[in-house]
Design a protein around this ligand. Sequence first.
Ligand SMILES: CC(C)(COP(=O)(O)OP(=O)(O)OC[C@H]1O[C@@H](n2cnc3c(N)ncnc32)[C@H](O)[C@@H]1OP(=O)(O)O)[C@@H](O)C(=O)NCCC(=O)NCCS
Length: 242
Amino acid sequence: MRVPVVALHVVELRAEESSLAALACELSEDERVRADRFSMPEGRRRFVVGRAMLRRLLAERLGIGAAAIRLAEGAHGKPHLVADTNCTKLALEFNLSHTGDLALIAIGPTEVGVDVESLHRRVDTMAVVRRFFSETERGGFEARPDGNERDQLFFRVWTRKEALVKAVGRGLSCPLSNFTVPLGTLPAGGLLIDCPEETNRKWRLFDVGSREGLDPNFVGAVVTGAEIQSITVGTSHIESHR
Ligand SMILES: CC(C)(COP(=O)(O)OP(=O)(O)OC[C@H]1O[C@@H](n2cnc3c(N)ncnc32)[C@H](O)[C@@H]1OP(=O)(O)O)[C@@H](O)C(=O)NCCC(=O)NCCS
């Protein structure tokens, strides 16, 4: 029996200016309209490269041409694959997260959510903790002395929470302070967790960090259906991926 696995792709959202027009042609009309709404060229470049890479990776996994990839959005904006114009959902699931020039794209046979943050992002951590962390998470956070370790814990908890609400597909419409993620180190095979919004099933939480080959300036998390026992992590570049 084949063990279900989620593949996590670490993608650099850079491309030569001269290749951007061709990459934009790989997107849907809706995506091109969205790309053209970015006021900053770097925002447009990141969106175009991220979506082109997503389409190539999905096409490769499905064994079809990238032009045949059709995407639609769920009630809370989560993109998913559709098989045809009747919008029948395909069994292959994916999710994407980006920060600056880095994106994580997770693809697998079950619902998946992913989040990545730069450890150098300037955030009013106490305001976010007060608003979005549960009592337990807040207590654990405040018990740590001010400093690097506490900042890292902040992003660790934040990415774990975001990955869960993104797996469920609710995004920030799911009250983040209503549930608690673990604060400590996770086992390599991930940890089973609950989501109060989806009480009929379990989820599995994985960390993504330097141990998984991520640049140590970033931290990430992936949440999958409970049946996933491991994730594979690899790097994908738009220039070398056809
Ligand atoms: C939209 C949201 C789901 C994630 O936003 P985010 O963390 O800013 O951005 P990410 O890069 O991680 O994720 C965005 C991607 O998630 C996907 N997405 C959008 N809505 C989603 C949803 N409801 N569920 C899952 N995925 C979703 C999309 O692919 C989107 O990328 P694209 O449309 O550019 O291709 C939402 O939870 C949000 O707005 N979070 C706020 C983040 C924040 O305030 N952080 C500050 C504290 S450190």
